[in-house]
Design a protein around this ligand. Structure first.
Ligand code: SF4
Length: 446
């Protein structure tokens, strides 16, 4: 074997010179490669890929999301043409292995922590001939001691130079059952926890001051494992961090003590999946939200009263939504105390109950995978034509991401902090909304 090259296909590219988030999964898989085998991580968001250097003896691993799978296919075909062995893994490969196998020697299904090293051994022993068509993790790995990021990889990626927000994992999995979500199919229903000392060690060795958690639903853990959560916050409070953010749910409002501890632990904002302000959608929301505007408002008020910011995550286009839902949504956001807002278009990702329902009802549009970016309409809505839903969504995004609204929410977010911290907090106060505005504007022209 000559080397292993792990590739992240392009998604957002660079913003003001850096890519939004680091290639965290690839960093962990690269750390499992034995020290005697050269390994490289190529992130197409950061640089042009030197694909012409690939040749026989190289093992190329490409990570895939549904929205990036077309780019992954182009890279995979080019690498195979030049004689490299190619494996494609990640979310899309896990949800649709049959599709992925049409342009790779192997498909990695699942998290890969049980099978990645086997693949490396197979390739080292017999090259492409040694690769099996599919490597499948049959169970969920315990997170203790799992794929600790090595110093070799930390130096190679140089996160602070190339990325605005390093990613970090503390928990994995979610017990909820939202019918549009892929997380439970990719990460499982059991919530797994990383030992606190391993989390602290990784933050210190990577020398990161800010991070975003990849955890599917970090907030659920406030209710399910409060002792673990308190231990984690106590440990993080001792570190010199600028701030970190996570994905969450509104049940955290019921845990005032933990919210207080989280502020001391430098947790700056929860991205809370409220999902909808239309109560008729509650059967799709997995039990974490009832779509009640008043209840949502109250949860935001309580969480913010402890000094933690709230980014509201909302999905539009459910079967019970009508044009009036968009007006209600705008009024809700306009009058809310949210720090930032994400409004996305409901998207029928592979292997979800929502997609299966649409398939049964013959309502799936023949959209390219690159439109599975949560900003395009990819199915026939119930109470709209496709064009009407698109227009309603565009109208809402223009309202919510108008510069005056971003300025208003960002200033409110900044005001949560003492003046002495304004320098450290200014970037994070405006960057989330700016990122969503840019994403919406950019994807809308594709
Ligand atoms: S709560 Fe979040 S992570 Fe869990 S199933 Fe629902 S959308 Fe997915």
């Amino acid at each position: 074997m000559r080397r292993i090259v792990l590739i992240q296909p392009k998604r957002d590219g660079r913003i003001f010179g850096k890519s939004p988030g680091s290639p965290y999964t690839l960093m962990r898989l690269a750390s499992l490669v034995p020290a005697e085998i050269p390994v490289e991580i190529w992130d197409e968001n950061v640089r042009r890929l030197p694909l012409d250097t690939l040749r026989e003896g190289d093992l190329v691993g490409i990570t895939s999301m549904t929205v990036t799978i077309e780019g992954a296919e182009v890279i995979a075909r080019r690498a195979m043409k030049q004689g490299a062995g190619v494996v494609v893994g990640g979310v899309h490969a896990t949800l649709l292995p049959e599709h992925t196998s049409t342009f790779a020697h192997s498909v990695m299904v699942g998290e890969g922590y049980f099978t990645w090293q086997q693949l490396v051994q197979d390739f080292a022993a017999a090259g492409i001939k040694g690769m099996q068509p599919e490597y499948r993790d049959e169970s969920w790995a315990d997170l203790e001691g799992l794929a600790t990021i090595s110093d070799r990889v930390i130096q190679m990626v140089d996160e602070n130079r190339h990325y605005w927000t390093p990613y970090l994992e503390i928990t994995r999995g979610c017990v909820r059952s939202c019918d549009f979500c892929t997380a439970i199919r990719v990460s499982g229903r059991r919530m797994r926890l990383r030992p606190v000392d391993e989390v602290v060690d990784e933050i210190q060795r990577r020398q990161i001051k800010r991070f975003f958690l990849t955890d599917d639903n970090f907030g659920l853990n406030f209710s399910t494992d409060p002792e673990y959560r308190a231990e984690l916050f106590e440990a993080l409070a001792k570190l010199d961090l600028h701030g970190w953010t996570c994905q969450s749910e509104m049940s955290i409002a019921k845990h005032p003590e933990l919210l207080k501890m989280s502020v001391a632990a430098h947790l700056d904002k929860h991205f809370v999946g409220f999902e909808s302000v239309n109560p008729d959608n509650r059967s799709s929301l997995g039990g974490k939200s009832k779509g009640q505007a008043q209840q949502t408002r109250e949860a935001i008020r309580i969480i913010r009263s402890h000094g933690v910011g709230v980014v509201g995550l909302f999905v539009m286009g459910f079967d019970s939504d009508t044009p009036a839902t968009f007006q209600t949504m705008w009024e809700f956001v306009r009058d809310s105390e949210l720090d930032s807002v994400s409004t996305t278009m409901l998207t029928p990702f592979p292997a979800t109950p929502f997609r299966m329902q649409l398939e049964r009802e013959k309502r799936l549009l023949d959209s390219p995978w690159r439109h599975y970016d949560t900003a395009h309409v990819t199915f026939l809505p119930k109470h709209f034509t496709v064009d009407e839903l698109r227009r309603c969504y565009d109208w809402l995004c223009r309202k919510i991401y108008h510069p005056s609204q971003i300025l208003r929410r960002g200033t409110r977010s900044l005001a949560r902090h003492p003046l002495s911290l304004a320098g450290k907090k200014a970037f994070g106060s405006f960057s989330t909304d700016y990122g969503y505005r840019r994403t919406y504007a950019y994807r809308n022209v594709l």
